[in-house]
Design a binder for this molecule. Structure first.
Ligand code: HAM
Length: 423
């Protein structure tokens, strides 16, 4: 029989077996971000649609085809957030953070929504860990962001991530470069895919994003923006490269890296990982966005940041090492129904002392109960049968060693603490 409801396409259940990986991702994110002096922020799951239209850019894939947009009862257009940077710049101004000492350093973790065709590592609901540094244009903050992201992978002991780096200039040098690129592509328009022809019109830099093998040769010989940066952009890029080298962070200069959001200026970067395979090889990415605040109607304010795909990073983490779910200290069992309440209460007294206890209700044979305790990974089993109950004793079994002792009820806590501590 078909069930009444199925999990929507492109979503996932993060099951207990997944949770240890997610706990590790979150703990490492909090740890590294706070070590750099970043403070946590969380913004709403939905925002006014216009925030993304103006922030991310009308012509981007995200805005033109991937947003989950709906109307509230008053007819206002809202959108499930496809990314975090525009909302955080909004929150920065809403909360008056521009009046605090600058830059303001923020980090965040949570769900995001894009209606892309689902495939391995690509979801409709996914999760990001991100940081944003707002209010200062120093290229060393670009480097700080890159190093922070790199340290996150290191903290998770993820090997094999590669850092791709590019500069895409700013409003001073990019317009001229864009025309140069159009001049280069114009004679070849007929050879381009339909999508690339649309990009030629709307945003020729996105021609570098084409995965069409036919466009490959053209891409290879195209003028590179790093060769056409204005002096301030070139100087900023020089500092970024020099500081990364000094920090011994290996990077690959990638002239094809343009990123899919319109707000970037100057430094852009991406962490890629081969084991993800194919088109979804980006574990995370970011860059500088000095024009975003003004595009949203605020006072012009520089910023830089990144977002990591936590779902993709969880996939890589699973491939690299196994994590086991947290196991209880004690599995508590009464062998007869009349003793259940007593064992239930013993479990409560142990929990009050910060010992984790799983209570197993209902009668069953001892060996069946012990099998359940082992499945659950418990270190100790607490067993009360009729004989023990009569003598005010309990049995404590070491599940690993398969040994057990009877102790007086009053010695229960000290014995258990000792057995747990000594292991
Ligand atoms: P983004 O490159 O669009 O950047 O997304 C960052 C990361 O989120 C990607 O590298 C990928 O790992 C993950 N991701 C994106 N879409 C999906 C999806 N459909 N399924 C699974 N994972 C996905 C941004 O979002 C910018 N806000 C980053 C930023 C912050 N730039 C400056 N500050």
């Amino acid at each position: 029989m078909a069930s009444i409801a199925q999990r929507p396409r492109g979503t996932q259940d993060l099951l207990p077996a997944d949770q240890p990986y997610w706990a590790a991702l979150e703990a490492a994110a909090k740890d590294v971000a706070e070590r750099f002096g970043y403070q946590r922020i969380e913004t709403p799951i939905f925002e006014a649609t216009d925030l993304f239209v103006r922030g991310v850019g009308e012509a981007t894939d995200i805005v033109s085809k991937e947003m989950f947009t709906f109307s509230d009862r008053g007819g206002r257009s809202l959108t499930l957030r496809p990314e975090g940077t525009a909302p955080i710049v909004r929150a920065y101004f809403d909360a008056g953070m521009q009046l605090q000492p600058q830059p303001v350093r923020l980090y965040y973790m949570g769900p995001y929504f894009r209606s892309e065709r689902p495939q391995a590592g690509r979801f409709h609901e996914f999760h990001q860990f991100g940081i944003e540094t707002i209010g200062d244009a120093s290229p060393l903050l670009d480097v700080e962001a890159i190093v922070l992201g790199w340290n996150w992978f290191a903290g998770l002991e993820i090997a094999g991530a590669t850092l791709h780096l590019n500069s895409i200039g700013d409003e001073v040098c990019r317009p001229a470069y864009r025309e140069r690129l159009r001049d280069y592509y114009r004679p070849h328009l007929a050879r381009l895919s339909e999508e690339s022809r649309a990009r030629f019109e709307r945003n020729p830099l996105r021609l570098f994003d084409s995965k069409d093998p036919q466009d490959e040769a053209l891409k290879r010989d195209a003028p590179r923006i790093v060769d056409h940066l204005c002096a301030p952009c070139a100087e900023a890029f020089r500092i970024v490269k020099e500081a990364l080298a000094a920090e011994e962070i290996p990077f690959e200069l990638n002239p094809n890296l343009v990123r899919g959001l319109d707000y970037y200026t100057r430094t852009v970067f991406e962490y890629q990982h081969e084991s993800l395979g194919g088109a979804q090889n980006s574990l995370g990415g970011g860059g500088r966005y000095d024009g975003l605040a003004a595009a949203l109607g605020y006072r012009s304010t520089p910023g830089v940041g990144f977002a990591m795909g936590m779902d993709r990073t969880a996939i890589v983490l699973k491939q690299s090492k196994p994590f086991t779910p947290a196991a209880p200290d004690v599995y508590a069992v009464a062998l007869e129904a009349k003793d259940e309440l007593y064992v239930f209460h013993l479990a409560a007294t142990l929990r009050a002392r910060r010992i984790t206890v799983v209570f197993d209700p209902g009668p069953a044979r001892l060996d069946a109960k012990l099998r359940k305790a082992a499945r659950r990974g418990a270190r100790l089993a607490l067993l009360v049968g009729p004989e023990e109950r009569e003598k005010n004793q309990v049995v404590i079994r070491d599940m690993q060693e398969k040994t057990q002792t009877s102790v007086a009820e009053r010695d229960l806590l000290s014995t258990i603490s000792q057995m747990l501590g000594g292991a």
